[in-house]
Design a protein. Sequence first.
Length: 134
Amino acid sequence: MLKKFLVITSMIAVLGMASCTTTLNSSKTKDFSSSAISATFADLVVSPQKITYTYTPTDDVRRGGPTNVVNTAIRKALEVNGGGDVLVELQTTIKKSGRRNISEVTVSGYPATYRNFRSADDAMLREALKLRAD
């Protein structure tokens, strides 16, 4: 009985010591004054013409993962169709060969570009924040 008690006690002690860890956390914060915060507004000009582009990824692009393949397809679609910043109402179709390899990606949407970049004054910023809160 004493032997069993000692074995259990020593196991608890070993487990207790093994589970003890010391962590040292430190964080730094930086004060930002309100003058350091700025907002920029821009108009998004969307093309009325919908585009569709099919992309066959290289092995290098595939190694970056599925998100990389889709992003590359979007970039290529915008390059081929006169340039643009984003595709609005993006739709993607992914074809795979096997279980993992993406063999083809088709993206479609409306190319759009950002225009008329401007800084927001306090009144514009308050109005934008008010609209966002609603």
